[in-house]
Design a protein around this ligand. Structure first.
Ligand code: GDP
Ligand code: IMO
Ligand code: MG
Length: 423
């Protein structure tokens, strides 16, 4: 594999962290290109479990270099903590991680603002992770954001931070919410800046030099296609482009340098937070799926909503991302179901649709049309090759690949590294 982008095809939490970890066995560099610490990417190695929020999952391979690209929004305090935690667990981070000088910094006032927006929305709230992601991206496009380059210049950083914090505190005062303690925050930021500054550089150069030297680069997407700010279920989305194209704008590597796109999807579907979810199961089956799949958010601990695989939505994702390698995860979660449904169309006011309707207001009224598959009722967690899978399971996987028009290349049957194989 040369340079590849890996993205989630659903609403996030597809198991991207785990697949990245498997693929990085022969990868030289992993680059995050969007999102922030709203992401939670789980990697299980033996008995150890890691949840990565900002640091690329490749950090767990000791000879892999990692980059946080310009498209990412970086909370310096949480990044400092993440680096320290990994180092305490025996992973040397500071010599292998580089942070784009152009990435935007997230501060406490962004998190408070995130909460304030949600409070104002009331019943129509988005259900954000409250990590300040939306307000930080808003500051970026408003051209008042503070970039990581200022970590190298504490005097300038302090001046900008105080100006922005004063501005936000005024809003908080007027809204009657707790203001931030600027002195206490600045003390923490100053300390984090000192720790992170040596890692800040022009990572567009870092990434391009690696590509030129023939290194293999993997771009680690966060969230999922249906949370993309343009293509997702707007406004119930995140604030960045989560689709493969963002790997270029979020890192500085040109599209001509990208060779493959790996799309990761669960064998069923989950969503955390509010917003439309066409195949959601608000019943015992959904609860069972969540229980077997241990569907609790890796970042917020919230329980994830569960439902059947939506082939219409996932085909659209595969198309937008140009997926040429499909990775299907959490197949084992379906091992004990008598029958399994796959959504192959929608019904809206009596009409059958083969694609998602244009109007966001219609999406809430879609009724899924299902194709039923018999369950295989057999454990798949020990499978290590295609031939080990029960025939009904193989048929299910082949149907998913055909329906979403993407070639199946990787199958995951459990959270561990060794519970993954190529087909
Ligand atoms: P990400 O955000 O896409 O990296 O996914 P998360 O880490 O948020 O959530 C995926 C969860 O499923 C994690 O707890 C993983 O350990 C777990 N997981 C990944 N692949 C599999 C699998 O094939 N089977 C099972 N049972 N769990 C898996
Ligand atoms: P990974 O990378 C699942 C969801 C939130 C909310 C919406 C907006 O682990 O797959 P935000 O805080 O981004 O403004 O919240 O997006 N969300 C995720 N859902 N996995 C994620 O990341 C998510 N990151 C954000 O729950 O609905
Ligand atoms: Mg996650």
């Amino acid at each position: 594999m040369a340079n590849s982008v890996l993205v989630g095809l659903q609403w996030g939490d597809e198991g991207k962290g785990k697949i990245i970890d498997v693929l990085t066995e022969d990868i030289d560099m992993v680059v995050r290109f969007q999102g922030g610490n709203n992401a939670g990417h789980t990697v299980e190695i033996g008995e150890e479990k890691f949840i990565l929020h900002l640091i690329p999952s490749g950090i767990l391979r000791r000879d892999c270099r990692c980059v946080i690209g310009n498209g990412v929004v970086v909370n310096p305090l949480t990044l400092q903590k993440e680096v320290a935690e990994l180092e305490a667990r025996g992973y040397k981070v500071s010599d292998r991680l580089r942070i784009s000088s152009r990435s935007q910094l997230v501060f406490d006032y962004h998190c408070v603002m995130d909460g304030l927006f949600e409070q104002k929305l009331g019943d129509s709230k988005i259900g954000t992770t409250k990590r300040g992601i939306g307000p930080a991206y808003a500051d970026k496009v408003n051209r008042v954001g503070i970039r990581a380059e200022e970590l190298l210049n504490p005097n300038l950083l302090e001046k900008h931070f105080r100006t922005q914090a004063d501005f936000y505190n005024q809003i908080f005062r007027e809204a009657g919410v707790q203001t931030i303690d600027i002195e206490a925050e600045w003390a923490k930021i100053k300390e984090a800046a000192a720790m992170l500054a040596p890692m800040v550089e022009d990572t567009a150069l870092t990434v391009n030099q690696a590509a030129k030297a023939g290194k293999k680069i993997l771009f680690e997407g966060a969230q999922g296609m249906w949370l993309d700010v343009d293509f997702g279920t707007y406004p119930f989305v995140t604030s960045s482009n989560t689709t493969a194209g963002a790997a270029c704008t979020g890192s500085g590597l040109a599209p001509s340098r990208i060779d493959h796109v790996v799309g990761v999807a669960k064998a069923y579907c989950t969503r955390v937070g509010e917003g439309p979810f066409m195949t959601e199961l608000n019943n015992e089956t959904g609860r069972r799926m969540g229980e077997i799949g241990n569907e609790f958010g890796a970042t917020t601990g919230r329980s994830r909503r569960c439902g059947w695989f939506d082939a219409v939505a996932t085909r659209y994702s595969a198309m937008l991302n140009g997926v040429d390698q499909l990775a299907l995860t959490k197949l084992d979660v379906l091992d004990d179901f008598d029958t399994i449904q796959v959504c192959t169309g929608y019904r809206l006011n009596g009409r059958e649709l083969k694609e998602m309707p244009l109007a966001a207001s219609d999406i809430n009224h879609l009724e899924p049309v299902y194709e039923e598959f018999p369950g295989w009722k057999q454990k798949t967690t020990d499978a290590t090759r295609w031939e080990d899978l029960p025939p009904r399971c193989q048929e299910y996987l082949q149907a998913l690949s055909r329906l979403i028009e993407a070639p199946l290349k990787i199958i995951s049957v459990g959270p561990r590294r060794d519970q993954t194989f190529r087909v």
